[in-house]
Design a protein around this ligand. Structure first.
Ligand code: CA
Length: 242
């Protein structure tokens, strides 16, 4: 079910709001989003975007930085201050030369950041990854299997009585694997889902982080919840704890 949704058709398709004042780019983005099966809406002014976000929040926002009416930065800040849009995924767009603002954008709550001109496949990969992370089933507070539990809100992982301290990447990796017990995920799928970008990171990075995750999860003779599938990737062992 989860997989069907981001390729969704019709009423179930995720709605994406494109806030961009460059007409040609806005049209190009919405055209490509529609081609991927999303419902795209376009607005060109910041104040118009703000109204749209209040009236009918979409599933994801692609937000240009420099806009007439209200800046992308201010829109993002206000979104984060409102309950209805606090966790709504935001990808900020900015022109070359404004990269220095990246940190500012991320610090006020943008989930991702793309510098123009960007590659469309790269942006689409980030859209997919963010939507996957923001899925409603992720809102379920805790994922559990056997003696292992992962609390998404508190960002806490426990095995039996013991707290397991994970870095942010290992945490997301475990969360991503636990969401799909038994399913074999390729390194590319893991990069896409956990890092949000398949293009820039070497696939061996996945092996390094899986190694760290395993080391943190299992002590002594404790069983390993992660299965390596040779030539294919990794899976959360569906028999773990059973
Ligand atoms: Ca602009």
């Amino acid at each position: 079910m989860a997989e069907a949704r981001h390729n969704g058709q019709g009423a179930g398709a995720p709605r994406i709001l494109v806030v961009e004042d460059e007409e040609a780019l806005s049209v190009l983005l919405s055209y490509n989003l529609e081609a991927e099966g999303y419902v795209a809406e376009r607005v060109a002014r910041g104040d118009e975007a703000e109204l749209r976000l209040i009236e009918q929040p979409p599933d994801l926002v692609i937000l240009d930085w420099m806009l007439p009416g209200l800046s992308g930065l201010e829109i993002c800040r206000r979104m984060r201050a409102r309950e209805a849009t606090r966790t709504l995924p935001v990808i900020m767009l900015t022109a070359r030369g404004e990269e220095g603002e990246r940190v500012r954008g991320l610090s006020i709550g943008a989930d991702d950041y793309v510098v123009k001109p960007f590659s469309l496949p790269e942006l689409m990969a980030r859209v997919r990854a963010l939507l996957r992370r923001a899925r409603p089933e992720r809102v379920a507070a805790t994922l559990a299997a056997g003696d292992l539990s992962l609390d998404r809100q508190a960002h806490r992982v426990r095995r039996g009585q013991r707290d397991i301290h994970l870095g942010p990447t290992e945490f997301r990796l475990l969360e991503f694997l636990m969401e799909k017990p038994g399913r074999v995920l390729s390194r590319g799928q893991l990069l896409d889902g956990v890092w949000g970008s398949a293009a820039e990171i070497d696939e061996r990075t996945v092996d390094v982080h899986v190694g760290r995750l395993r080391k943190a999860l299992s002590r002594g003779r404790e069983s390993d919840p992660i299965r390596t599938v040779r030539g294919a990737g990794y899976a959360f062992d569906e028999r773990f704890g059973k």
